[in-house]
Design a protein around this ligand. Structure first.
Ligand code: HEC
Length: 147
């Protein structure tokens, strides 16, 4: 009789442990999407989305022969916005960023007939940095090109 009680409590102990383990696993999987979201909303990533959507709008204005407004000072945050990977801010990053800002600023001062060419030069500046840093968005940037 004693032996049976012993075996039963041993089995109960095993089951209890297993449930604990399962609970722990659930905890881990709910944590992953949370940090993924953090990556999604880094300051730089959200600035990049602004760069993308602003230039998409500018593309439309150029192809419709509309006014394109002025350089958006928010773009200058490319020098300071916090990144998902903080090791990215080195000398070559600064060179790419300066080149990008220069071409983007020029877009707003060139004569109307040179806007298309200058717009594509801006995309080239986006892509040079991306080739070196994060190649993922390149096809998306390419699709902005004015043919
Ligand atoms: C000086 C370098 C540099 C330049 C110039 C640059 N990018 Fe980026 N871009 C990055 C880096 C680095 C990331 C990754 C940001 C992060 O994960 O924090 C990124 C991310 C992106 C993303 C993905 C954002 C997301 O949702 O995660 C898009 C889209 C993008 N860039 C578009 C552009 C466009 C369009 C331009 C030009 C108008 C441009 N980039 C110019 C470095 C650059």
């Amino acid at each position: 009789m004693n032996k049976i009680i012993y075996i039963c409590s041993y089995l109960l102990f095993l089951i209890a442990c297993d449930t604990k383990k399962a609970a722990k696993e659930i905890e881990i999987t709910t944590k992953v999407p949370a940090s993924f979201q953090m990556y999604k909303t880094s300051e730089m990533a959200s600035l990049m989305r602004t760069l993308y959507s602003s230039n998409k709008k500018i593309k439309k204005q150029i192809t419709n022969n509309d006014e394109i407004g002025d350089f958006n000072e928010i773009f200058l945050k490319i020098h300071t916005a916090t990144l998902t990977d903080s090791t990215v801010f080195d000398d070559s990053y600064t060179t790419y960023a300066n080149h990008f800002i220069k071409t983007q600023k020029e877009l707003f001062v060139v004569p109307k007939e040179e806007r298309k060419e200058q717009f594509n030069a801006v995309l080239d500046a986006c892509i040079s940095c991306h080739k070196d840093r994060c190649t993922g968005p390149i096809p998306k940037i390419e699709r902005l090109r004015i043919r």
